[in-house]
Write a protein that binds this ligand. Sequence first.
Ligand SMILES: [Zn+2]
Length: 476
Amino acid sequence: MTDIRQKWRDLVRRHAQCFDRPGDERYWSPGLETAPREQLRAMQSEKLALAYRYLWECSAFYRRKFEAAGLTAESVHGVDDLPKIPVTHREEWLTDQEEHPPWGTFSPLRQEDWLKRGWMLYTTSGTTAAQPRVFRHTTFDRDQWAWIGARCLYSMGVRNGDIAINCFGYGTSVAFWGLHYALSLMGVPVISGGGSNTERRILFINTYRPTVLLCTPSYALYLGRAMREAGHNPQESSIRTIVCAGEPGACVPATKHRLETLWHAKAHDDFGCTEVAPAPLGYTCTNQVRRTDAPVDTHLMEDVAIPEVLDPVTMQPVPEGQPGILVVSNLYSEAQPILRYVMGDWITVTTEPCSCGRTHARAVGGLQGRNDNLLKIRGLMFFPAVIEDSIRQLADVGDEFKVEITRRDSMDHVKVTIEPASPIPKSRYEPHAERVGRALKGSLGIHVEVEVVPYGTLPRTQFKAQRLFDLREKLV
Ligand SMILES: [Zn+2]
């Protein structure tokens, strides 16, 4: 093993406090989670300087990128030097892997390390490219994911004595693998419901009484409704914590309310990013999740990542409390310590203390949506989550909906297709549509055509939902 690789692993391990058991009743790693912010910054600086050297020596992609920016091996000593490092975009990864198949030159991981200590190969879904992007991780990375995931789940109130059911598909996508290992580290047994169908998962819940449900928010709604239709009451089930990932649902107030009412459980949010933060980056705490007056905030795990908020045009930092796009540097991976990766989600960050006692910054209201998903409709800007929130505030509207945006007579036209929350006679469709249209005009400020279709008509989402279709470009 090269000296620099060993040094990087040693440094990451040295800062991983309470690696295999919780430090106290409230925090898994109390010394990190409640550290004074100056101490956090010093830790970030120490790790960033070595991560930079590690990439300089071991990643051909980053070496080219650093040299092109006029940097040397000695250019980065800490967080103050971060702006010198050029940002990395998703497309660069794709190009690199196309030019240097099959792995690209991004990762500092060597083939011999992969063969000796490889853990898993992950891919993107492949919807935007014929060849999905591929990511390799080592057992060192797996241990970090487990520890970081345990800290995240502990902050949500998951404890030894819980039982979890993980409804993720256990395929080659990153999400939930880390949480699976985190639960094992915590001594929480896992029912791997990923390969089962909904009927079987309902049977698992009723029979083995898991207390923690892990899935997308769309699927948590679907599963709860399916339980009801099968004659069981999800409110009376054993589930008390829902860990949502893959979609912003637990930070969309109306969706969170639906989830918590349906299950009589707390709905938490966990988010990361396949490229730069495969283990949790943002997570809710038990104090935030109790809020009902505003969207909940997610903590950002700042000792294992550096989140920056930049203006999307100038790529310069915006002041705290102002919205910008999220750019992240990884401070724990052996295989993928990516620096300044443009996640591209809009975010507003605060370092105001949280009542839970954690000192790490928070994303106000969670992630707001990706910059490339921002919709301009009749001159107004909307994130899909805002439209979701408006629709799901209406109690007599079902969970599934479809939004289509087209252009008619040079004007943007929005059509929302909904179902009633329960079967109603056809004669009530029209007044129902008119009422919903008026409500959406009130909340969104634009006219929306509403079509009501029979209950059970719209496709049920079992993983990530595709509910919004912007068809305008195709019509131009
Ligand atoms: Zn908190």
